[in-house]
Design a protein around this ligand. Structure first.
Ligand code: FDA
Length: 303
């Protein structure tokens, strides 16, 4: 049953018609619990609030699978505006971007040029930019684009998904790159990804421990307190300095745990999505945790 529900919401997240219609609806279905508004002003307000609580942020200007060059260029301009504002306001904040928003499906060189413009501006302000990992169909190309960008830019990192069998090998090739480890949010075939949650969790722990023992900064992206507790204990046993890693969670999830980790002295970073293109992101969050449906029901019946 859990798999059917998951597949249903992931199917909705990929539906082009619903994604484009949702932009016209404005926020609905309880999406505002997980998305910090539609404008740069609204997201900066959320960042300031979290920064005041000792929490760093990474911003995602929502959008993905763009098939039109003008739209991709507009997305790039919005991201550059965001960088200018982060610097102007001196916020503790970096960026998360998706290559399919910046034209990867249209023309790879065009996407790379867009990324270079973003990284040039970010470098000038000493801001880090993380490339989110999307579905497996874009996996190899995403790693190749990263390799290309890293020839000129050191302020770029990537995400590794523990549901992929090849995650360990790829992580070994990325020793010097700042990485976020996550479980993986897309529906992938058993040929490339563990179907079983226990294997995904065990692989997550193995990958994270391997990174914690290495030299490069790692973000641990999960809401799973079992994993977080085990990694806290591992860091303590192995005298791993707190400045070598951070925990990351998504905006609106487990706020109590987010604050607790920050209060305990761990580096903590909240991933904040914003913008009109909220539908696909929101459907993936429902796929991961059907309990989030409660918020949808409340929104439909009580507002
Ligand atoms: P999971 O959903 O596996 O839950 C494990 C356990 O944790 C649950 O059984 C429950 O006990 C507890 N739990 C989880 N959520 C809870 C809640 N809200 N309240 C109470 N208990 C809860 N994916 C991707 O493919 N590419 C990417 O680039 C990213 N980026 C990214 C950034 C960040 C900061 C995060 C946190 C996640 C991503 N993801 C992602 C999504 C990721 O791959 C994954 O789908 C989700 O994080 C869900 O997995 P979790 O590890 O959080 O817990």
């Amino acid at each position: 049953m859990a798999n059917i529900t998951r597949d249903f919401f992931i199917g909705l997240s990929n539906n082009h018609f619903l994604n484009s219609q949702a932009k016209k609806w404005g926020f609905s279905l309880g999406a505002d619990k997980f998305v910090a508004g539609t404008t740069v002003d609204s997201v900066l307000k959320a960042v300031k609030k979290l920064n005041a609580q000792g929490i760093s942020c990474t911003l995602d200007s929502l959008g993905e699978f763009v098939s039109d060059k003008t739209e991709a260029s507009q997305a790039k301009e919005k991201i550059i505006t965001l960088l200018n504002e982060i610097d102007r306001e001196k916020l503790d904040c970096h960026l998360s971007v998706k290559l399919t928003q910046l034209g990867l499906d249209i023309d790879r060189d065009f996407c790379i040029e867009n990324m270079k413009e973003i990284l040039r501006t970010a470098k000038q302000y000493d801001i880090f930019v993380n490339i989110d990992m999307e579905d497996y169909a874009h996996y190899d190309e995403t790693l190749e684009v990263l390799e290309d960008l890293r020839k000129d830019y050191g302020n770029v990192g990537i995400v590794i998904q523990s549901y992929l069998y090849r995650a360990e090998d790829d992580l070994a090739d990325l020793k010097d790159v700042r990485i976020r480890i996550v479980k993986g949010a897309y529906k992938e075939s058993e040929e490339v990804a563990y179907p079983d949650k226990t294997d995904i969790d065990l692989n997550f722990l193995a990958l994270a421990k391997q990174r914690l023992l290495g030299d490069t900064f790692t973000s641990i992206g999960t809401h799973d307190h079992h994993i977080i507790n085990e990694l806290k204990a591992f860091a303590k046993e192995n005298n791993i300095e707190h400045d070598k890693f951070e925990f990351q969670m998504l905006y609106g999830f487990r706020n109590d745990l987010q604050n607790k980790l920050a209060d305990e002295g761990y580096n903590f970073c909240t991933y904040i999505p914003f913008g009109d293109d909220w539908f696909g992101y929101f459907m993936r969050r429902l796929a991961e945790r059907p309990q989030n449906m409660n918020l949808v029901m409340k929104d439909m019946f009580y507002t």
